[in-house]
Unconditional design. Structure first.
Length: 103
């Protein structure tokens, strides 16, 4: 079972802001470049399943600003994992932004 299938309809709505019964190709496609588009995944103890994901996509005309999304599977909600993922992806974005900002 994939991560999306492990989200309740309410969790899917919270993530995508629309009822979404399945993911389409456009939504699944990721062009991660580890600079303007980054993704961090929280894995279970045996690294066999993901528990949550955080990603950012930097706005081309505002390199100091990005769209951020965090999703945690329902079984792991309310344990602080989303907060941790948000902190990690934010730190990663600041690190990348500082490598391109004028000093």
């Amino acid at each position: 079972m994939g991560d999306f299938e492990r989200l309740s309809p309410q969790s899917r709505y919270r993530r995508f802001l629309t009822p979404l019964p399945q993911l389409d190709e456009k939504t699944v496609r990721c062009d991660i470049d580890h600079h303007d588009h980054e993704t961090m995944i929280a894995l279970g103890e045996q690294c066999e399943q993901s528990l949550g994901v955080a990603r950012y996509v930097r706005y081309p005309n505002r390199p100091d600003t990005a769209q951020v999304a965090v999703t945690v599977i329902d079984d792991w909600r309310d344990r602080g994992l989303g907060t941790i993922l948000l902190g990690v992806i934010s730190a990663r974005g600041r690190q990348e932004e500082s490598t391109t900002s004028p000093r």
